[in-house]
Design a protein around this ligand. Structure first.
Ligand code: GDP
Ligand code: IMO
Ligand code: MG
Length: 445
């Protein structure tokens, strides 16, 4: 921090000059539900106006889809600003599978894209033993979580236990060997105790492969916090790309049915090493209905043909695992909590087109729990699982809205649906998405 001071005869006044409180623009974008809200599409749209797009948490459990010119890109680790060829960063709060990253880089470069990628030296590496442990643990659970089996939880366990392999370790065989010698025996024991193959820890052929990838990525290893803060000092703009969604957050979500990272907006500052005063806006991405993949409570889940119809119309199959997503009516009670958790300054509403043809539309405006009406989710996951939704009916529309290019041209009932949602949440909906394509977006004043 720079500072100067004014000396008078009596007192010395120290004036701290925080260098980057100028015209900075630091935007955080997160998912407001259970993930898969359409974050990839919205990040791609916004990326044009930013210099840097940075991932701050999660790993390749994320699957962010970007559709441009009829072509579909599924991104797991490379930030969704890739198509605008922006500076792309992977922050130290991410857990990174080098194999997945490398194959993603190759696939995007094969499409002719130029990637300007930086990876923080402290980024935790997902090792094959994390994936093995994830699978063994899930198999042993009587009540499953339904993880993506990407080793996410065990990689974060090692980060917190201070037993992680970091990006930097892949750039030097001696560093990796020392790390594995130190942490390997405990991993071998854990795997053997769970009935797995402990030789995977130190003797797998992956070691050469990881070091090979480390060599190729060496010149991309950076200090992300420093780069972002310096960029903001120079009045460059930064977009932080969240993965997963509010209710998969390891603290505020529906434990134990959550991922192992902090998915809400505040986490971007901590994970990237950027002060909270730098945040200008927080964008929430929210689907016009709700989906969940994996286990855990979801009060408005539809197990009938309406749910099946939403799944088929919305293409609701996991981007990462291909699993069918559970679908349900929009849950304004959960959404309200999400607005609190994230402090959204605006919302992007996606997949309005998927509701076309459903009549009436139902919106969950409260819960009933043991004879009581609630307007906010109960404090515990067990109670949430017992909540019954209270619905308000809204009239639907039948017109195809996927080709509409102005908000005002939406059918009156579609506009009423958007405006009702906005009224319930008290946050402006500044964009409405009516299809997966970049151009299928309606901006509102
Ligand atoms: P993310 O994880 O939040 O980035 O979301 P995913 O990419 O996993 O899932 C969202 C899916 O919906 C993708 O297949 C997108 O192409 C698609 N999508 C995004 N916005 C819209 C929309 O407005 N309408 C329709 N029909 N599909 C959309
Ligand atoms: P994006 O970024 C939807 C879910 C898994 C599982 C739980 C824990 O595409 O929105 P994990 O492998 O993280 O330990 O699994 O979290 N999950 C997601 N669901 N979208 C995601 O990411 C998800 N990432 C993890 O299905 O229920
Ligand atoms: Mg997804």
């Amino acid at each position: 921090m720079a500072f100067s001071y004014i000396q008078t005869s009596a007192i010395k006044i120290v004036i701290y000059v925080v260098p980057h409180l100028g015209d900075h623009m630091f935007t955080i974008l997160t998912g407001a539900q259970f993930g898969d809200e359409g974050k990839g599409k919205v990040i791609d749209l916004l990326a044009e106006n930013y210099d840097i797009v940075v991932r701050f948490q999660g790993g390749d459990n994320a699957g962010h889809t970007v559709v441009v010119g009829g072509k579909t890109y599924k991104l797991h680790l490379v930030p969704s600003g890739a198509l605008f060829e922006k500076r792309l960063l992977v922050g130290p709060g991410v857990v990174l599978n080098p194999r997945v990253l490398w194959s993603e880089i190759e696939a995007l470069e094969a499409e002719g894209l130029k990637l300007d990628l930086g990876i923080d030296a402290k980024t935790s590496i997902i090792m094959p033993y994390h994936i093995e442990l994830d699978g063994l643990r899930e198999k042993a659970r009587t009540e499953k979580i339904g993880t993506t089996n990407r080793g996410i939880g065990f990689a974060y366990v090692d980060k917190i236990a201070r037993e992680e392999v970091q990006m930097e370790d892949l750039t030097d065989p001696a560093l990796l060997e020392a790390k594995l010698n130190e942490i390997g025996p405990a991993k071998e024991k854990a795997i053997a105790d769970m009935g797995g193959d402990p030789t995977i820890v130190k003797y797998g052929p992956f070691i050469d492969e990881y070091l090979e990838i480390g060599k190729k990525l060496k010149d991309k290893v950076v200090d992300v916090s420093r780069e972002i803060n310096a960029a903001l000092d120079e009045d460059k703009t930064v977009l932080a790309e969240g993965a997963q969604g509010a209710f998969l957050d390891v603290i505020h979500g529906t434990q134990k049915f959550v991922t192992s990272s902090f998915t809400t907006a505040g986490s971007a500052c901590a994970n990237l090493g950027v002060g909270p005063v730098m945040v200008d806006n927080v964008v929430g991405v929210i689907k016009a209905y709700i989906t969940r993949v994996g286990e855990g409570p979801m009060p408005t889940e539809l197990k009938d043909e309406t749910g099946v119809r939403m799944r088929e119309m919305g293409g609701e199959y996991g981007t990462t695992t291909g699993r069918p997503r559970r679908c349900g009516w929009f849950d304004a009670v959960l959404a309200l909590k999400s607005c609190y958790l994230n402090g959204y300054t605006e919302l992007a509403l996606t997949k309005l087109d998927v509701l076309t043809g459903l009549n009436p539309l139902k919106m969950c405006v409260g819960y009933e729990l043991e004879g009581e009406e609630l307007g906010y989710p109960p404090e515990s996951t067990a109670k949430l699982a017992r909540c019954q939704p209270i619905y308000e009916d809204m009239p639907g529309w039948t017109e195809d809205i996927t080709g509409i290019d102005s908000y005002k041209d939406l059918p009156a009932n579609a506009k009423s649906y958007v405006e009702k949602l906005e009224e319930l949440l008290g946050v402006d909906i500044t964009g409405v998405s009516v299809g997966p394509g970049r151009e299928q977006t309606l901006f509102r004043d």
